[in-house]
Design a protein. Sequence first.
Length: 304
Amino acid sequence: MFDMRRLALLVQVVELGSITAAADLMMYTPSAVSQQLRKLEQEVGQPLLNRRSRGVSPTEAGQVLAGHARRIVQQMQAAHSDLDQLAGLKRGSLTIGTFPTLAGSFLPIVIRVFKKRYPAVSLSVRSARFDELVADLQSGVTGLCLLWDYPWNPFHDESVRVTEVFRESTVILVSRGHPLADREQVGIEELRNESWIVRAEAHPVVEVLQRSAHDAGFEPAIGFLANDYQEAQAMVSVGMGVAMVPKTAVALQHPDVRVLSLGPAAPLRRILLAQRQDKVYAPAEVAFHSTLLEIARDRAADYL
């Protein structure tokens, strides 16, 4: 393998026909250029330049190598340009992972700002379950992803770096005609006789409800298993039961549903931004990370 700097010097010397002129252009001394070209000749194993009293001219080997080197130098200049564009976010792509409640509430706000600031970056989003999000991150399918955890089961993976984005409260949903609908805050113990609408397929919110109910001394009666939070709100709205949901789940609130606070007793979950520990973060990832945390600082109070 030939030294890249020596190849670049050879190209300039051949094109200018002068070691002195090439030295001035490349900001070297003539003696340093001569020294580097002699080392290149040693690497090649044959003379590359005919040295005369009035300049230099390439040997046949020098002409051949200079032709190849010219293309290599051009490719390296193109590589520098491409990297500069990425660093300046004039191009690039980014795939992020998320989960439905954040994809329907906080994340679109971040995406709107990011796309306005960096319109040339191609952004794609993958919404998935927790385990899939972590697997996509670790395999490189996504550059970063949003996760969550609760105090009784904090997320920890040595291969993943996490940053807390904000903390989100859990709230109670009741119908507009419910006896508690006019209240702003309710205690979980007041809901012991209610029928509960929860997410299906062992959704994490079921455990949140069970833990809260058990702490209050009762077993929640499950009346309906919903496939998503919109379905849960619809069932709440017609009096099929009440629901416990993370606050981002009611970013789009059903008109016949009331949202009640659980006050200081509300279970909190952390929203986390996750990235792989072992990689150098691309400029687009750094920019998205910064934008997301900036918006989270402004809006964190909305989710408590």
